[in-house]
Design a binder for this molecule. Sequence first.
Ligand SMILES: [Zn+2]
Length: 145
Amino acid sequence: MDIKNTHAGRGFRMEWTANRKCLEYSISTGKSYCFPCRLFARNMSAAQIRGHDAFVTKGFDDWKHALSKDRGFQKHEESELHLMCQEMLINKTKQVQDSDAHPCVAATLSTLFRDRQLQRERETSDNRKYIGRLSTVLRLLMRLG
Ligand SMILES: [Zn+2]
């Protein structure tokens, strides 16, 4: 199905998923969702997913602002909620040794791998960025617990 034509160029564009492996589009609802957040955030409270429920349960269809920096995909991708759900997905994938991982997992894992390679090449102990992200997740988990 040609989604672009279905929405006369105003709806979801498949090309958006090229750089956003976590982004999904549901033909049945005509909305997009975030794969890890849809899986792991759906059982969280309304307060926890506030501002992101479009990507978790309701479905996102604010196409006009989809690529805006202060709303839409990018805002969601940089949120604590998304980073946490992504980590949960990666951990889950590692547990089940799923060789047929979702493209979102594969993309994230390869980014992590590349980051580590770069670190090694630089021969520095500057992994603050990675640790910073983990501590964000841990902080959020503690707050949730
Ligand atoms: Zn997400």
